[in-house]
Design a protein around this ligand. Sequence first.
Ligand code: 3HC
Length: 309
Amino acid sequence: MSSEQTSFERKIEQEIAVEPKDWMPDGYRKTLVRQIGQHAHSEVVGMLPEANWLTRAPSLRRKAVLLAKIQDEAGHGLYLYSAAETLGGERHDLYEKMLTGEMKYSSIFNYPTLSWADVGVVGWLVDGAAIVNQVALCRTSYGPYARAMVRICKEESFHQRQGYEACRALADGSEDQKAMLQDSINRWWWPALMMFGPNDSESPNSAKSMAWKIKRVSNDDLRQKFVDNTVHQVLALGMTIPDPDLKWNEETGHYEFGEINWDEFNQVIHGHGICNHERLKDKRDAWEAGAWVREAAVAYSKKQMECAA
Ligand code: 3HC
């Protein structure tokens, strides 16, 4: 084993952050560019479902809160694209690979936001699931990714709380509002569980990611933590969970839950979900509409460099 490999292995073993200038195995770099790039794509595509309700928010306060959340997501995407760039993952190249479908983004964003309740439920359940995943990633072995996670998690907590508060208002509202909230939970509960990825036994990336301490907790363990955290929140709203197999296991201290529809999951992550085409069309249109801004910025920076020379 080369001295570089030995040094890398020691860093991983001793939980010393791997930094951009450190030697790292090609596979480690490739896995990180894949995961961080797809994480960034998830953030920027994740803006779309909620933006759909910006002009229809029920009050100025709700509109301002939703606007702040959407802007945060854009910032999370930029942090993560910057983290990917420290590994040589060039932003435009990653973005292009998302637009062509070569790279993924989180399945959850391929479901439609059909009511205002969805905006609350997405903030509460989707960002709640993201927090469970991202808190674990604060301990990921790659330094820039871990540091981006620490900052992102602080903002995710606001996202999750504002979503739950919006749901609380509906749960305390009219019968129609309660029904709208329950319908939303019924539609988003299982897609939220799918956010954590396939079962560990079906995950082609987990073994390596865990060995390199990129992934610190397995898909199934994170999913279980989310279910255990969230069931009592649903019940506190006076709502029910769309899973007849859900039950508390006193022995294990965890909730048991039903089987995820993995056919649906695989359909969605391979481009055949309800909103996949719409999401990528929106992103493609935005990319093309923004070309002049990128060209102007490049022209300006070139001019600046010429003047400085
Ligand atoms: N959606 C889309 N693709 C998914 C997926 C999902 N929910 N879960 C898994 N996949 C893909 C993986 O990307 C992989 O495909 P690839 O090899 O082509 O990349 C394949 O399914 C097999 O899955 P694995 O479990 O083997 O892959 P990973 O080891 O990468 O684990 C993961 C998947 C748990 C999502 C991991 O990549 C991860 O933790 N990513 C960082 C967190 C993240 O991306 N979260 C997405 C939501 S971000 C968000 O919600 C923002 C919030 O502010 C709203």
